[in-house]
Design a protein around this ligand. Sequence first.
Ligand code: NAP
Length: 309
Amino acid sequence: MTVLVERLAVIGAGLIGSSVARAAREKGLARIVVVTDQDPAVRARVRELGFAHEVPDSAAAAAEGADFVIACVPVGASGAVAAEIAPALKPGAIVSDVGSVKAAVLEFMAPHLPAHAHLVPAHPVAGTEFSGPDAGFAALFEGRWCIVTPPAEADPAAVETVTALWRGFGSNVETMSAQHHDLVLAITSHVPHLIAYNIVGTAAHLEQTLTSEVIKFSAGGFRDFTRIAASDPTMWRDVFLYNREAVLEMLGRFNEDLSALQRAIRYGDGQALFDHFTRTRAIRRSIIEQGQETAAPDFGRRPGAPAGS
Ligand code: NAP
């Protein structure tokens, strides 16, 4: 593959950052891959794993001379990263991120960046429930979506480079506004994670108070929820703090629809339940047909077929 970036700096070497670095290196998309993390133990592990050419001790040192800096940190940390790298950015440098919420990232990062840098946020809709530099792998983004959310005044050439990089990772790229992204992801990712966190919490509480053996007899459905509810607490705390409005809007709709199902159960309206379940089954089929999931009943989160977040 052709080199798109001379010097790529990855800030944050967790699941996503280490996957970006591995993919850039394996696919030859960047000539030099520089990786850093705020945690010295993570930096030491990155050196051991050997997927970076250089592992400097700070975000500012990593950004020095980079053509493309990508922040792979929790959404709430993106402003601090922007403030730290700003003085080190060379003219024309592209700054991007991978955060699961986009309007907040724009709000947090943009004010810190110099006019000579180009901010083009993006969100790979791919992930697993694992964290840290050991969890990443180069194929994570293959066949998944990456949503690019350039601000209105973004430099077209920078948007093109960001798009080309994600295509190079094997992703399909779609461009939309940050606000639209946040609304769509609230219902497709954020509310489902909240439901998983909630149902697993309820079951754990029952287990304690009623010794109800929910964990012992957890069959497919519940087990899949526990997988989602094992996702990184810091990342998901930030998703709900910084996509508050969209999540609350979607939760309102969710609660109304849940009440309708509750009512059908109360009044023994089998037809309503059957019709609803038939409609939802068709949605599952169309997701599989679009290649975003396999038919296997484990949310497709095996390496090589990761589910989105
Ligand atoms: P992760 O595995 O927990 O890694 C995040 C890393 O960033 C950690 O090593 C963390 O260090 C480090 N970090 C935090 N603040 C930093 C700072 N100011 N400077 C440098 N490093 C810093 O998380 P992840 O799953 O890769 O998520 C990273 C981003 O990707 C998040 O914004 C998330 O919304 C987005 N995302 C995640 C998924 C997913 O499924 N996981 C999918 C798509 C997008 P500490 O441990 O010391 O805090």
